[in-house]
Design a protein. Structure first.
Lengths: 287, 110
């Protein structure tokens, strides 16, 4: 771009100068002044210290910015570590409390059986109710259904600068709804006791979804999801195989690569569930 | 030479002292950084051109920092702080590139 003969308005001139010639006019003007005031005059005494001070400040600013930028990283790691630590501690506490509960429950049933006369209808009623409520561990034949997330595939991404792109939904295809629909189908097919990943379902159990984890009674579980149902094994197998739920997951298995399988088991062992004692509901009399 | 030495001293001092940047100063840090880089490249270029002047160097650096900070401060108050901050970084960035190109032409004649 050749210099235009006429001087532009000052503001646009500044913009053009900025892009084409970023030299600071100050230096040239100062040089001209020096030249006009009698050649190279002796330097003033304050010049060297001034430059030195300016450079120290500049260096200090750059170093401060560097330090400031890099200070955050270890902080974030520290926060992450402390959060992980707290989660682990809470998990340990939960485990300890669950163990204690199991122990107390054992003691309770031992005392109950000691206190109640054997083979009375009361004992039978109690045992039946406890079994149905999932209060005691149960064993018997049944069906085992397995659902698992597809194996992670290293799909090459075609977006440069966006390596490690995770598929939508955070790589999770299976959510609480899937586990729930299998469980509900098994109940509908006549299951008498159901456990998901070793967590016994009780009448008040909830299967929910929080973040990226399926929660069964507030305990997070991860893929593979193993759903054990005690019942008449052959009937469960046939009924489940012919259900909509099974055909849906067969389709999903071939389309999206999830793991889905089920089969009868001659002996399933389900643990006792977490019992919640009703606080507000009381039995109606005279029934 | 004095300048380069002082620059290194400043960087070492900053690394040793590890100053904590106060929160209210944080928005101005990027501006200060590009203004500092601009002053360094401008000064080096002037030195190579043989027109370096201590007063111009210091005054232009200080005034650039102050004006840029003032613009961003006003922008912050008027709700366009980040945009103006970007504008300042772009303008000073262009200057840095231009000066770096001039230095390169002078040093390597290419």
């Amino acid at each position: 771009m050749a210099d235009p003969p006429t001087r532009r308005p000052y503001s646009t001139q500044q913009l053009v100068d900025l892009v084409l010639d970023p030299r600071d006019r100050g230096y040239e003007e100062a040089a001209q002044r020096k030249a006009s005031s009698g050649g190279v005059a002796g330097r003033a005494w304050y010049e060297q210290p001034m430059v030195a001070l300016g450079c120290v400040i500049i260096g200090f600013i750059l170093a401060a910015a560097w330090v400031h930028t890099h200070r955050g990283a270890p902080e974030a790691a520290k926060v992450h570590d402390s959060l992980v630590q707290r989660v682990r501690t809470a998990e340990g506490t939960t485990q300890g409390l669950a163990d204690q509960e199991a122990k107390l429950n054992n003691e309770l049933s031992r005392l109950q059986s000691a206190a109640l006369p054997d083979s009375s209808t009361l004992v039978r009623d109690l045992n039946r109710s406890q079994l149905i409520a999932g209060e005691v561990a149960a064993t018997g034949p049944g069906l085992e259904v397995r659902l698992s997330e597809p194996a992670p595939t290293a799909e090459p991404t075609n977006v440069p600068g966006h390596g490690e792109r995770t598929p939508s939904n955070g790589g999770h295809i299976l959510i609480d709804r899937d586990v729930r629909s299998v469980v509900n189908e098994l109940w509908a097919d006549g299951a008498e006791a159901v456990a998901v990943n070793g967590i016994r379902l009780t009448p008040t159990s909830a299967i929910r979804f929080a973040g990226d984890a399926v929660l069964v009674d507030f305990s997070p579980i991860a893929s593979p999801y193993v759903i054990d149902a005690i019942g008449q094994a052959d009937h469960l197998d046939v009924a489940f195989a012919s259900s909509d739920v099974a055909s849906r997951y067969q389709t999903l298995a071939s389309a999206r690569g999830i793991g889905f399988s089920f089969g009868t088991q001659s002996k399933l062992e389900l643990p006792a569930g977490a019992v919640t004692v009703p606080q507000y509901a009381t039995a109606t009399k005279g029934h | 030479m004095v300048g380069a030495l002082a620059l290194i001293i400043g960087i070492v001092a900053g690394l040793i002292l590890r100053p904590t940047v106060p929160t209210w100063l944080e928005p101005y840090l990027p501006i200060a950084v590009v203004a500092a880089l601009d002053a360094v490249f401008g000064g080096v270029r002037a030195r190579l051109d043989g027109v370096f002047d201590a007063k111009v160097f210091v005054v232009s650096f200080v005034s650039n920092v102050l004006v840029a900070a003032l613009i961003v401060y006003l922008g912050d108050k008027l709700g366009v702080g980040s945009q103006l901050s970007t504008a300042v970084v772009v303008v000073l960035g262009i200057r840095i590139f231009g000066n770096a190109a001039a230095i390169r032409r002078r040093l390597f004649r290419a």
